[in-house]
Design a protein around this ligand. Structure first.
Ligand code: NAG
Ligand code: NAG
Length: 346
């Protein structure tokens, strides 16, 4: 009897623990249910968001992001881990960020992506546009807190760089440092050490142009303590590199006889609510909608046509005036000649 009780208790305990930590993107533990176990996931300042450039506020005081120690991150190996939700790479504390309100030290980077032949994969969107993948480089506030575990609990604890990834014609060799190793960590829980490489090469070229807002972790526990920087410029990888990310991993452990592909690990955009998204750059013509562009084109054409017609009529008038004047001269001189001719006549 007692044994059964103890067993039962242990069983329900295991279930509860499993329930808390086991989350997915779709299905019974999918993103719409995250807030059942993690209250913050139902909060008012969640990430990702769909950045509507029309509503973005330009803040010219936002300086360029300055990554420190990204190019030569020491001699220590990086650990690359398949945690069942993403591929995550540990980063050394010698890497940090300047250009934010405080100094933030690097912790890890990881990816979000879609599945082969399907649109979507990025977490952030720009004017409703999705991208095939997104890279997140996670940092903690080292000026205020002793370590990442402490910073995670605080409202100004984390800063994440969001890099939207698009597909181009050429392979991006920096990304191969990670993508080439996925075959060694196909199953959840597997990890390997890889030689350190230049992390700066994973970033887009223009670090001065970005969107900035207050948001959250995009996975449970969805803590609302992330200062987000989403770069305007995208990083570019090749189609075959993207396919390796989309087809390289399983979300299940090696012992699982029914391996589940690790795909579509991106959260849907969350409500902006009262928040403001700032931009470090003036949001340019790309912010115009198709209707506005048509209006601008027709307005310009109409303006040009008016100027052309005005010039045309003015020139025509001047020419007619000249012709009339010339006729006058011809008439006067010929009439004078006629007069003088008459006078010579006897
Ligand atoms: C993090 O810092 C806090 C506060 O200084 C300390 O109590 C805790 O042990 C540290 N945790 C780790 C994992 O180092
Ligand atoms: C983020 O929130 C903090 C605290 O409320 C505020 O001081 C800061 O201006 C906010 N930053 C942005 C980019 O909205």
């Amino acid at each position: 009897m007692l044994l059964t009780l103890i067993l039962l208790q242990g069983f329900s305990h295991a279930l509860a623990a499993n329930h808390g930590s086991h989350w997915t993107y779709k299905g019974p533990h999918g993103q719409v249910h995250w807030s059942d176990d993690h209250l913050d996931c139902g909060g008012q300042a969640q990430s990702p968001i769909d950045i509507q450039t029309k509503s973005v506020r330009h803040n010219p005081a936002l300086p360029p992001i300055e990554p420190q120690g990204y190019r030569s991150p020491g001699d220590g190996a990086f650990t690359l881990l398949n945690n069942g939700h993403t591929v995550e790479m540990s980063l050394p504390p010698s890497m940090s960020l300047r250009g934010l309100p405080q100094t933030y030290v690097a912790v890890q980077l990881h990816f979000h992506w879609g599945s082969r032949g399907q649109a979507g994969g990025s977490e952030h969107q720009v004017n409703g546009e999705t991208f095939p993948a997104e890279l997140h480089i996670v940092h903690y506030n080292s000026e205020s807190y002793a370590n990442v575990s402490e910073a995670k609990q605080r409202v100004d604890g984390l800063a994440v760089l969001g890099i939207l990834i698009e597909v181009g014609n050429v392979a991006n060799p920096a990304y191969d440092n990670i993508l080439d190793r996925l075959k060694n960590i196909q199953h959840a829980g597997q990890k390997i050490s890889i030689p350190p490489f230049d992390i700066h090469e994973l970033l887009p070229g223009q670090l001065g142009h970005y969107f900035r807002y207050n948001g959250s972790l995009t996975t449970p526990p969805c803590s609302q303590n992330v200062l987000w920087t989403v770069f305007r410029q995208r990083a570019r990888i090749s189609a075959s590199q993207l396919e390796r990310l989309q087809g390289g991993l399983y979300s299940t452990k090696v012992a699982n006889s029914l391996p589940v592909p690790l795909v579509d690990n991106y959260r849907a955009p969350q409500l902006l609510n009262q928040r403001v998204v700032f931009s470090s750059f003036p949001v340019g013509p790309s912010a115009y909608s198709a209707g506005e562009i048509v209006a601008i084109v027709f307005g310009t054409l109409f303006g040009c046509l008016s100027i052309f017609l005005t010039i045309h009529f003015v020139v025509k008038r001047i020419r007619m005036k000249r012709i009339r004047e010339q006729k006058d001269v011809v008439f006067k001189s010929s009439s004078r000649r006629a007069v003088s001719g008459n006078s010579h006549r006897p």
